[in-house]
Design a protein around this ligand. Structure first.
Ligand code: NAP
Length: 278
């Protein structure tokens, strides 16, 4: 299969590397010449260019740019493609992207490989990144079943856990388990920084260990990606944040009332429920 990848960063480069090693012909397009050169030298792609014309013969194209550039990239790409070419993307939010891109190209299917590291760009490319991780595909009533079938078959070769759902359902679910945690974790770091006593703050920083490392990790991640999540999934994120605020208020009340039995009930419930998310 001739596979086109636009945006040779962590996700795009890792997809390219995987499929090239399986024997597919992989053509990459990225913004910078240096990235394209590195992608060729490291065997990540068969050929790479800053020009979209390279993808004229592609059977399927994965748009792996930052979310803000996805729809504009589809628009620029269309004049260069065969009518049967499938376009899919890897953006972390689906509804606005699927709405915009399906109108531009009938063979568009939204996708989201839920794998990542804290690193970015071509130097972050990792073999086996998608193995065992979720890969969500989001067809709508206008998506041709053949497009979903072909894309799913290719995606399955990465050995991920494939999930198929509507774009809105994806966005609601990721608001809970991905976007809300980023804001909660960022809020945690910010709240700690409000400590007025410099000696206490200094000691807290020195004592911070595995608990703080686990709970602050996503809040200390890529600021651009966090902002994009909020911008593109604003309504769903606001719903989850306001539920979180209510839950925090309930916990505050229980502690203010020194109702330790009730607090233990809350913590027993979360202790039991956590495994269902893992
Ligand atoms: P990344 O490592 O920063 O890679 C994106 C690459 O796209 C950049 O390296 C840049 O390459 C290239 N690029 C930027 N604008 C472009 C344009 N207009 N045309 C062509 N290439 C362009 O980012 P990423 O983490 O791979 O994220 C890419 C997409 O995957 C995003 O939409 C994100 O929502 C999604 N995603 C990310 C994660 C994650 O955890 N990181 C997980 C799942 C999905 P140059 O070097 O050429 O400038």
């Amino acid at each position: 299969m001739k596979i086109g990848i636009i945006g040779l960063g962590l996700i795009g480069g890792s997809l390219a590397l995987e499929w090239r090693s399986q024997g597919h012909q992989v053509l990459g397009v990225s913004r910078s010449d240096i990235t394209c050169q590195k992608a060729i030298e490291r065997g990540i792609v068969d050929d790479a260019s800053v020009r979209l014309t390279l993808l004229a013969a592609a059977d399927i194209v994965f748009i792996c740019t930052p979310m803000a550039a996805i729809a504009a990239t589809v628009k620029q790409l269309i004049p260069h493609l065969k009518p049967e070419t499938i376009i899919t993307d890897v953006g972390s939010v689906k509804t606005p992207i699927v709405e915009a891109c399906s109108q531009l190209w009938p063979n568009f299917l939204g996708g989201h490989p839920m794998a990542g590291t804290q690193y970015q760009g071509i130097d972050a490319v990792e073999k086996g990144l998608f193995e065992g991780r979720p890969y969500v595909l989001t067809p709508t009533e206008t998506t041709s079943p053949a497009v979903t079938k072909q894309t799913e078959a290719l995606v399955r070769s990465l050995n991920p856990q494939v999930y198929i759902c509507r774009p809105e359902t994806h966005d609601q679910a990721v608001a809970w388990i991905s976007h809300l945690p980023v804001m909660v974790s960022a809020g945690l770091i910010e709240a700690c920084l409000q400590e007025k006593n410099p000696d206490v703050l200094k000691l807290a920083k020195a004592l911070a260990s595995s608990g703080f490392r686990d709970t602050s990790r996503v809040g200390g991640g890529n600021p651009e990606l966090g902002t994009m999540m909020a911008q593109y999934n604003r309504n769903q994120l606001l719903k989850t944040l306001s539920q979180y605020r209510q839950t925090l208020d309930q916990l505050i009340e229980v502690i203010q009332q020194e109702d330790w039995q009730k607090l233990q009930q809350h913590l027993e419930q979360t202790h039991n429920a956590r495994k269902d998310f893992m």
